[in-house]
Write a protein that binds this ligand. Sequence first.
Ligand SMILES: Cc1ncc(COP(=O)(O)O)c(C=O)c1O
Length: 282
Amino acid sequence: MLKLNRRIAAIKPSATLAADARATEMKLAGIDVISLAAGEPDFDTPEHIKKAADKALAAGQTKYTAVGGTAALKNAIKLKLKRDNNLDYEPPEIIASAGCKQAEANVINALFDEGDEVIIPTPAWVSFAAMVSLSGAEPKFVPCSEESGFMLEPEALRRAITPRTRGIMLNSPSNPTGAVYGPEQLTAIARVLVDTDIWVMSDDVYEHIAYGEFAPHLFHIEPRLKSHGIVFNSLSKTYAMTGWRIGFAAGPKEAIAAAGRLQSQNSGNPNSITQAAAIEAL
Ligand SMILES: Cc1ncc(COP(=O)(O)O)c(C=O)c1O
């Protein structure tokens, strides 16, 4: 049998992408199927965003850019974080990547090591556990019950923390449950985490795919979390740009710089045309 790297051999292909590929095959075969697998918005990328890409292409913006994104894109991300989330981040605290998935993979690889545990409230998006395992750390699943609205309860969180806990991945609105944490739940979770050195990661990719009030950000509710917190977001869902591959992370500059060094070696800058379109979108 082909000998592979131990960590790579242990990972399975993304179940959502596999199910989505199967749905596409079935559609091509003329079968009437609705795919609920990948989180794909049901509208097209807005015209003004596509036009910005056309313009960038015509202007020859087809070269390498700074690894973590152009200065203009980082500034647009900074403005977005302030406008939507009331969070202050400067450009060295921001990295743009080929999708939120890559930003998460790079940050997780930069922060965690063998022997570390990273808490993942479940049900959770399939890639979190794989990314954690690839870094050498261990995912520690904390089940969230239907009675709790599939939300992490502070007591369950407290019980899950061990001396090896180095991180937690929160995701609200949640894929797959749709659970949206409100200010009280966020405050209760913040209370458990604020005086620890656990990296608090907040995956906000579905923030605009929600009904009702726009939820305040965990790091706005408890600003002290920012010193050991990472925000992840993406243009995939909000702007229907899943195929363009652009997302970002924001956090303490040493952590972001480490993710940037990894990105500089394994992929480089996100697509230059996509970056121009992302500025228009944001
Ligand atoms: C919770 C969550 N985070 C991140 C992503 C990936 O986003 P991107 O397309 O920016 O890589 C997804 C995609 O479905 C997701 O569900």
